[in-house]
Design a binder for this molecule. Structure first.
Ligand code: TPD
Ligand code: ZN
Length: 262
């Protein structure tokens, strides 16, 4: 539906359906067909400068859980790679399945991963607020990292231990001194990049996606704690497990996916 002319309810509970956006021809997520990606030697290495002191809170927004950073100054930033400007980290979150067989939003040659991390940044050279940047063409940059089930991720455990306190939608707890760099793979020089959108409402087509080729490993038990979260708030009488919070894949619509590696 590259030029769909309709949009279903933006409050579609699970956005699982073919939630289309008027004229949406650069929607996310997509399948990354490796042999169709184009090596671009002009792509630079990514430069992340994250300051753990800007970490503020962790909360359940009813779609995922988010770790939010103070983005009132350029303290935690991303530049380089495909980016012309400096981008400020505002939050990171994950998408995962009810089983280890699926859960990621992007796929690589149709391969699904059990989960996917998104580090969300906005263009602080051009805009003064995230809310502005989210509506603009080159407003956002999101780093995607695939998760595989294997050995325990020591850096992730601090975050896993905070999850029981935010089981219900709209619960929030203070969360400080967390360095998101510990969640990046060893090699961040190899990535795919393409122009796409947010994968949840408002679905705006303002994202430069940077999807890492190398995954990180987390343990089965760590991922099980993600699944203990709930979509529903404490007041609701029917509680629903927060699982399968990924969007269905969207048409490429002729877009080119570039790779930083040959
Ligand atoms: N999956 S994604 O990175 O394309 C984003 C979608 C919406 C985002 S948001 O920054 O507007 N926050 C709201 C959020 C909703 C769900 C998780 S976060 S980020
Ligand atoms: Zn996401």
């Amino acid at each position: 539906a590259c030029s769909s002319k309709y949009v279903l309810s933006q409050m579609h509970p699970m956005w699982q359906g073919p939630l289309a956006v008027p004229g949406g021809d650069r929607q996310s997520p997509i399948d990354i067909v490796v042999r169709k990606s184009v090596f671009d030697s002009e792509l630079k290495p990514l430069v992340t400068e994250y300051n753990p002191e800007t970490c503020q809170q962790i909360w359940n927004n009813g779609y995922s859980f988010l770790v939010e950073y103070d983005d009132t100054t350029d303290k935690s930033t991303l530049k380089g790679g495909p980016l012309q400007d400096k981008f400020r980290l505002c939050q990171f979150h994950f998408h995962w399945g009810e089983s280890n067989a699926w859960g990621s939003e992007h796929t690589v040659d149709r391969r699904l991963f059990p989960a996917e991390l998104h580090l969300v940044h906005w263009n602080s050279d051009k805009y003064s607020l995230f809310e502005e940047a989210v509506m603009e063409d080159n407003g956002l940059a999101v780093i995607g990292v695939f998760l595989k089930v294997g050995k325990r991720h020591e850096g992730l455990q601090k975050l896993v231990d905070a999850l029981p306190a935010i089981r219900h939608k709209d619960s929030v707890v203070e969360f400080t001194r967390f360095d998101p760099a510990c969640l990046l793979p060893v090699n961040i020089d190899d990535y795919w990049t393409y122009h796409g959108s947010l994968t949840t409402p408002p679905l705006t087509e303002s994202v430069t996606w940077i999807v890492m080729k190398q995954h990180i490993e987390v343990s089965h038990d760590q991922l099980a704690v993600f699944r203990s979260l709930l979509f529903t708030s404490a007041e609701e009488d029917v509680q629903k497990s927060m699982v399968n919070n990924f969007r269905v894949q969207q048409p490429l619509c002729g877009r080119t996916i570039r790779s930083s590696f040959s």
